[in-house]
Design a protein around this ligand. Sequence first.
Ligand SMILES: N[C@@H](Cc1c[nH]c[nH+]1)C(=O)O
Length: 417
Amino acid sequence: MMYQDIFDNTNDTSVVDFSKKSYLLKTIKRRFLTYGYRQIQTSTLEQYDLYQSITGTVHPDKMIKVIDPSGKILVLRPDVTIPITRMLASLNQVQSPEQPLFYISEVFRHSSDQQAKNEQTQAGIENFGPSTVELDAEVIALAIHTLRDLGFDSFKLEIGQASFFRELLELLNLTKAEKSELQLLIQAKNISEINRLLGDLTIQDELSTFIQQVPFLYGNFMEVINRAEEIALNEQMKDKLKKLKKLYEILQFYEVENDVSLDLGLINHMDYYSDIIFQGFVENVGKPVLMGGRYDQLADQLNATIPAIGFAFDVDFLVEAMDQHNLFPEVKTDIDIVLLYEKTRQRDAIKSASMLRYQGYRVYTEQLTAKECNPPASTSLVRYENDQQLLEHVNRSTSFTDQNDLLRLIRQREEDV
Ligand SMILES: N[C@@H](Cc1c[nH]c[nH+]1)C(=O)O
């Protein structure tokens, strides 16, 4: 191994980035709590078999595998929605239903992109309540409310319908490869390639015309619904549109309707979604900062019937987006008091530092030497010199007699501020 390799592919967080991330997580957490969500955590190591047996999960090549001493294959948590569903599915039916849940967890997904990290922090919610438009609307309102709390003023939550498109694909009788090609082309709104693919396939004209329209079915929520209603192919599609209309109506009660748009060609990277899906975009940032949707059938694969909806923020990506939009408050210094001392005053200095720490102050100490010392920034500086002891606070220097006097002065100045 090259020495340089040891430094590659790490995911360390510096002091400044950590404080930004903590600020962001605190804000998100506070908002999740106000909607009645409670925090949980799932295991970091999961059974590989669980993920392999479920359809719609992370691709096996993307999972990071670990082999335990008995030879069993485990994976580092590649997703949080699946293990939470597993947790709920394993609960005794007699138990009362879980509250809505939230998490702040690392997920591990291998990416072929050299720049992308294998480890991301997600802050998300999962709500195992009834499969209703009311709950869908509340979850969307929560996502928007959180983005507003973080300070974003121009963002969009793009809403789509996973089953709308899936049912369309069913009507087409395509092979798996053709289906995913068409899906990707529609998502990329690549009209010329869609036409080429449709030309190669034998499909009824009516269906072909409809598919050509799907990439254009995005934009203003009600406008898209009206356009889609005109070309809807069957009753199921009409029902889906009716449900979306109802959703929009409720979003108006939450006063978030201007922050949503509709994209009937939207596809999320996870295949477990069964109904509405959504992605959150902030201005000038190309990738979505949050993804989610309803996944009513995921628990079926674990022998349980648990409709659910959820979403997750990509926290690291959100930090970048907030940086770009200058949304972090100025980082305050983490040190309250810097205490510098000459060797002869070491005893007094350490005793004062201990006293101040017991009082809850964050104290940094350093011995004054011939070398220039470089203490961190702080509002108060205490100096124990050979012949005097001083408190310097915002350009004012006062001598103090003993520990009690020092504490009194520090408190007094805090009150003055
Ligand atoms: N687990 C999904 C996000 C999500 C949470 N709940 C529903 N969807 C993801 O990683 O993209």
